[in-house]
Write a protein that binds this ligand. Structure first.
Ligand SMILES: C[S@@+](CC[C@H](N)C(=O)[O-])C[C@H]1O[C@@H](n2cnc3c(N)ncnc32)[C@H](O)[C@@H]1O
Length: 148
């Protein structure tokens, strides 16, 4: 992925981008208090500890005005740990928290002004195949939150 991203940037003359390898749950390879904005789409849902991810994002954001805009799936109920299906976890489905728990995780990590920018029903092909959509209501959420 990194090789491909670097090649695409080079081929298209994007000289103001850089790709770094990191683990959002443990260590984002960015210094404390340096980022103006963090964006993410359907990554945090794949992790086991959402609060740890949001704490890492909070750590790298600037204290004055640092913010994140994050998109992820949420569900009307969570899957019990012993019935997690790895394939559905990898499709961002089984790791989905409830909207309340997702927003609470953001606040627990230290964010303020947590706002939902958009919320819409999610009907993915993989979800339909698994019949999951009949069992749980899944939505796509776009959230903005500020560090200070
Ligand atoms: C569903 S894809 C989304 C990719 C991209 N954001 C997009 O919208 O097309 C999930 C991505 O999350 C990355 N990912 C999963 N767990 C991660 C972790 N703990 N730390 C960093 N990245 C992770 C995967 O490598 C993958 O690129």
């Amino acid at each position: 992925m990194l090789q491909k991203a670097r090649k695409n940037a080079k081929d298209n003359g994007y000289t103001n981008v850089e790709f770094r390898k990191g683990d959002i749950e443990r260590k984002i390879p960015v210094e404390d208090n340096t980022a103006d904005l963090v964006i993410s789409n359907c990554v945090i849902n794949l992790t086991a500890d959402k609060v740890a991810c949001f704490k890492e994002i909070c750590r790298i954001l600037k204290n004055d005005g640092g913010r994140m805009i994050i998109s992820d799936l949420v569900a009307d109920r969570e899957v019990e740990e012993d019935s997690v299906n790895p394939e559905k976890w990898c499709s961002c489905i089984d790791g989905a928290l409830t909207k309340k728990n997702y927003l609470d995780s953001i606040r627990k990590a230290g964010f303020k002004n947590v706002k939902i920018l958009e919320e819409k029903p999610y009907i993915g092909d993989q979800v339909d195949i698994a019949g999951e959509y009949k069992r749980r209501k899944i939505s796509s959420l776009l959230v903005k939150a500020v560090k200070d």
